[in-house]
Write a protein that binds this ligand. Structure first.
Ligand SMILES: [Zn+2]
Length: 141
């Protein structure tokens, strides 16, 4: 069924497909390997005809960076969020929650950014896609 509004951050964090994508990204982040742990993530879309939430993965990131600047275009879908991992442990002095860069990027892109870390799932940015489902299929204007 066609959706009437974009999902909120908390709705996405309760969606089985998003949770699976977060679990897969976490697994691929090699968190238990101190030499190879790195950020993974991608984009979250909603189908304009179906209302189904789908995800796509970005290329692997580095220890503390991931590029989410260019969501792939999916026909009849719009971007409603992003997700990525923070694989570095608090025990080593890393912040597990959203970085100031994450906060800025989420506000700039106009969609919620979801983050999985060892202690919790987090979100930052707007509560849902800015301006609703209208506008560019990528990040909203
Ligand atoms: Zn981050």
């Amino acid at each position: 069924m066609a959706p009437t509004r974009p999902p909120t951050a908390s709705e996405m964090l309760a969606d089985p497909g998003v949770l699976q994508a977060l679990a897969d990204a976490w697994k691929d982040s090699a968190v238990s390997d101190a030499n190879n742990r790195h950020e993974e993530g991608g984009w979250i879309y909603i189908g304009l005809l179906t209302g189904a939430i789908v995800t796509r993965r970005a290329q692997a990131g580095t220890r503390s960076r991931l590029s989410l600047g260019h969501p792939p275009w999916l026909p009849d879908h719009v971007v409603v969020g992003t997700f990525h991992t923070h694989p570095n442990p608090a025990a080593d002095g890393w912040e597990t929650g959203p970085s100031s860069q994450d906060e800025k990027a989420a506000d700039y892109t106009g969609v919620p950014w979801l983050i999985r870390a060892e202690d919790s799932d987090y979100s930052t940015g707007p509560d849902s896609r800015r301006g609703g489902l209208a506008g560019s299929p990528g990040y909203p204007p």
